[in-house]
Write a protein of this length. Structure first.
Lengths: 467, 467
């Protein structure tokens, strides 16, 4: 494993993997030696080295699914990543505030590849206001103590989750956004990850800190850096760690449209302070296998989270999406909606858990999980669960439904002269629209709509979906 | 306000007694291969049953204890008496029942009930059916209703054809335990086209400290036949824990209709770990009407496998958990054939620190086209010491399923209580009324005598919760 860096340039090969069980981890690169090597070759301080080693040990010890409730529902067989390796040293790229061109409508941009940062631009007025957009490496050299306080002991990552510990121990890319108290970033910051090189692993962390009264919006685009058929799979393990101070507001949208050879492990964890508000809008379209977990902790009184997630699966894609929402403070609000549309033999697992702790008087919590199976071989699994310790709530409910395209809607559209195929498309895309509408950047909304339409058209071409 | 207490006297003591019975045959405490062989020898069973028991015993040893659901670690399997026979032979007539046992049943009101409307009584005292009466007209129309042990001897062909086909010994740890040491339970056979005019009823009781009760019920309803089977149970209260691990198998052949009603009111030291499952063939209807108010821990998920086209499944599951109780109950509907329908309704009430968990599964297998399914679970929490969980598993593998699922958790609204109190009722009565209304979906499915008894049980449960 010490040859991690050397292996970087070798020709990708696809060794036939030994037959694995559904929950077996499909790669072997994360070892304590690699964690140590990352710290050493990146010139990191001792505390960070210890941090990585602790995480590496936790990674080894944890099962791939820590929640017994879901044990039957983890399936990593679609991943074949024996050959993947991360870059040890990644380029930090241009420093924040450097000259650069911002895409229309944005206030900041950071673009990352497997080997480093390709672009990093932040509007000068924001730099002046004290907003920081930087890599983890820059943060470490700028403010070691402050950054240490934020990162140490993995408070912003799920400690019981093997793959969250993977990110904590083995990250080789990091994005840090800090918005000081009272600063309102009025246009979105764009974070673009362009990945997909065969046999390449990128392990990225993103830490967003919004202090009291601050507000911002972030659009994350996960796009392929490769086109055409790839000789081997690639791995992306990424986190989004959010800390919202009192009255802070963050809108975060993600559009995931990676290559069919991409395997993705995502962790998103949010600590939501008093009267703070977090809005997630997550769209999952690409990749061979996505395993995602979102943890919302409604810590402060009157804190609020809105999470809207869509997935559109075709061919043999598998989406394994879990979300946990924990109500701790008083009068908190959780509103979660997941919607999936599946074609061909795509599969989705939508697992949700709402916990209302005894302290969470006056909670309003709703979880909805909806599926549309459009082909015979699809499979949709939903596990919307509740654990309630405080009955004094405004609402604690979930609902779930799976159904085909509504014949009445189809008939209505056809009666207006819309051809059946077109009508089907309208209904399905309309069904997924709630997430599109919540993307805070018009350009990204348009991109998402286009991607959905393209995917719909491609799905229709596949023989198995012929009506 | 507490004056209404007098209206509802606590009659629990009447059901909490322990008669000193001279046991004629019982096994030593604990479970070994010898225990299993001894039980089979006591019963003079055919060799195939002995072999079946031994195979199940081996599987029981291999199978780990479930780590989900309730807390099972307090069960000491080594302390339990696995077989205890209270009288030498099965009684056909009430006059022949030993006086002591008769006294027990009289306190339960069985003879009276029989005089009134019962078609037959299979009353289980400890591990053996001791009293059994089948009305003459039932015998005439060919309905068989007897102890399972007796059926093994008298109806070997039917018995062997169906025994263990719905719940195989390898199904789960406690089904394996039951298969190894089972004794008692009811056997019902309803011939083709026969409609059993009145509900068949069995009273179950556990007597004797640390007596395990492992009854086995097998119900075969032939084509076009109809049956309503009722079981209700009370048990003496003891300080140490009793284990009840029953298996119920129901075979509903084409066009038949079977309803199985349970009122479970074990004393609060009993572990009630039951596997109930039905196979529903084409055009048949199976209904589980299941209420759990007693026991320390119940883990029971009545299941219906819809094996034939146009079969219908209906499950109503009700649970009430008070201090020290955990009701981990729910339902399973597995759709294996086209045009099948299922409906699951669950209502639970938790109070005084009790815990209710709904755990259910809804599965639509490939090939089961045009399925309509619904799940509804509502939970009422009467105080913030209590807890309520919902764990539904929904797995859809077809493209034309219509499935809806809804769940809510809440408390009794102060407005409702206030409204009823303004009509002259006390707070306790108002709460009682609301809880009874909440559970009415279950109560209204019961024969009148049972509905009265059940409402009384709920009232008793409610007594301690207010004032």
């Amino acid at each position: 494993m010490s040859t991690a860096a050397d292996a970087a340039g070798t020709t990708p090969s696809i060794p036939r993997p030994a037959r694995r069980g559904p929950a077996d981890v499909p790669f072997g690169f994360p070892t304590p030696a690699l964690a140590g090597e990352l710290a050493a070759r990146r010139g990191e301080p001792d505390w960070l080295r210890d941090e990585r080693l602790a995480a590496a040990a936790a990674y080894d010890a944890l099962p791939s699914e820590s929640n017994l409730l879901y044990t039957p529902y983890i399936d990593l067989r679609g991943a074949s990543l024996d050959g993947v390796q991360p870059y040890i040293v990644t380029a930090s790229g241009p420093v924040a505030g450097a000259e650069g061109t911002l895409p229309d409508g944005t206030a900041g941009l950071i673009e990352l590849r497997e080997d480093g940062v390709a672009a990093l631009v932040l509007e000068p007025s924001l730099v002046a206001a004290g907003v920081v957009l930087e890599t983890f490496a820059s943060a470490l050299s700028r403010d070691d103590a402050g950054f240490r306080a934020a990162l140490q002991s993995g408070a912003t990552l799920q400690l019981d989750d093997k793959f969250a510990q993977l990110a904590r121990g083995f990250w080789n890319q990091g994005v840090h956004l800090h918005v000081p108290a009272g600063v309102k970033v009025d246009r979105p910051i764009l974070v673009r990850w362009a990945v997909g090189q065969p046999n390449r692993a990128v392990i990225g962390r993103m830490l967003f800190r919004l202090d009291e009264g601050a507000s911002a919006s972030v659009v994350e685009e996960l796009v392929p850096s490769v086109t055409g058929v790839q000789p081997a799979q690639a791995l992306m393990a990424g986190t989004t760690e959010v800390i919202l101070g009192t009255d802070a507001t963050l809108a975060f949208a993600s559009i995931q449209d990676l290559a069919p050879t991409q395997i993705v492990f995502q962790h998103r964890q949010a600590l939501i302070g008093e009267a703070a508000m977090l809005r997630w809008a997550l769209a999952q379209m690409g990749s061979r296998l996505v395993r995602s977990r979102v943890d919302n902790r409604l810590e402060g009184d009157r804190s609020e989270v809105e999470q809207v997630e869509i997935l559109f699966g075709t061919e043999d894609q598998l989406f394994d999406l879990t979300s946990y929402t924990r109500h701790v403070g008083r009068d908190t609000t959780g509103n979660l909606l997941s919607k999936g549309a599946l074609l061909d033999s795509a599969r989705s697992y939508m697992k949700g858990m709402i916990v209302i702790e005894k302290s969470a008087v006056g909670s309003d919590s709703f979880l909805g999980e909806y599926g549309m199976n459009l082909s015979k071989k699809t499979r949709a699994v939903a596990v919307p669960s509740l654990e309630i310790d405080q009955p004094d709530c405004r609402r604690a409910a979930h609902s779930s439904a799976v159904g085909p395209i509504d014949e009445a809607q189809l008939f209505y559209l056809e009666s207006r002269g819309i051809p059946p195929d077109e009508a089907r498309k309208f209904i399905v895309l309309g069904y997924l629209e709630p997430v599109v509408a919540r993307v805070p950047l018009v350009e990204a909304q348009d991109m998402l709509r286009e991607l959905l339409e393209e995917k719909w058209a491609a799905g229709l071409v596949a023989p198995s979906t012929a009506a | 306000m507490t004056s209404t207490r007098d209206l509802v006297s606590d009659r629990r003591d009447e059901y909490a007694f322990h008669d000193d019975i001279v046991y004629l045959a019982e096994t030593k405490r604990g479970l070994t291969r010898d225990t299993v062989e001894e039980i089979s020898r006591f019963k003079n069973e055919p060799d195939w049953m002995l072999q079946y028991r031994l195979r199940a015993y081996e599987h029981f040893l291999k199978r780990p204890m479930p780590t989900w659901g309730g807390r099972l670690s307090d069960i000491d399997l080594g302390k339990i008496v696995y077989y205890r026979k209270p009288s030498e032979r099965e009684e056909k007539s009430w006059d022949d029942v030993p006086d002591k046992i008769k006294a027990t049943f009289e306190r339960l009101g069985i003879p009276e009930a029989e005089r009134k409307f019962l078609a037959g009584v299979g009353a289980q005292y400890d591990s053996e059916v001791v009293y059994h009466s089948v009305r003459e007209e039932l015998t005439k129309i060919g309905v068989v209703f007897m102890g399972t042990d007796q059926a093994l001897i008298e109806y070997p062909e039917i018995f062997r054809k169906y025994f263990g086909t719905v719940v195989p010994a390898e199904d789960n740890k406690f089904a394996a335990l039951n298969a190894a040491v089972w004794s008692g339970g009811s056997f019902v056979y309803v011939p083709k086209g026969v409609e059993v005019p009145l509900p068949l009823q069995a009273y179950f009781r556990i007597n004797g400290e640390n007596t395990g009760q492992f009854e086995r019920t097998l119900i075969v309803v032939e084509e076009g036949a109809r049956l309503h089977y009722i079981e209700g149970c009370t048990a003496p209260i003891y300080a140490t824990d009793s284990l009840h691990a029953a298996v119920v198998e129901v075979i509903a052949l084409p066009g038949s209709k079977v309803r199985y009603t349970t009122i479970q009111n074990w004393s609060n030291d009993v572990y009630n770990l039951v596997t109930k499952r039905a196979h529903a063939y084409e055009n048949s209807t199976v209904e589980w009407i299941d209420a759990n108010t007693g026991s320390r821990l119940t883990m029971k998920y009545p299941a219906i496998y819809l094996r034939g086209e146009n079969a219908t499944a209906d499950i109503i599951s009700v649970a009430v958990a008070g201090r020290g109780q955990h009701q981990d109950t729910g339902a399973k509907a597995v759709h294996l054939a086209p045009n099948t329908r299922s409906r699951i309704v669950s209502k639970s009430v938790s109070k005084d620190g009790g815990r209710t968990s709904y755990r259910g599964q809804l599965k639509v297998s490939p090939g089961a086209t045009n399925v309509v399914a619904s799940v509804r679970c509502d939970a009422l929490m009467l105080d913030d010491e209590s807890r309520s969980d919902t764990y539904p598993y929904i797995d859809i593998q077809e493209d034309d399923t219509t499935m809806t699922h809804e769940a809510t958790v809440g408390k009794i609204s102060a407005e409702q209580v206030f409204y009823i109190m303004s009509r002259g009722l006390s707070e306790n009565e108002a709460t009682n009324l609301i809880v009874q209304g909440f559970l009415e979906v279950f109560t209204k499915e019961l024969p009148m005598e049972y509905a009265i008894e059940f409402n009384r049980l709920v009232k008793l449960e409610m007594e301690g919760s207010l004032g």
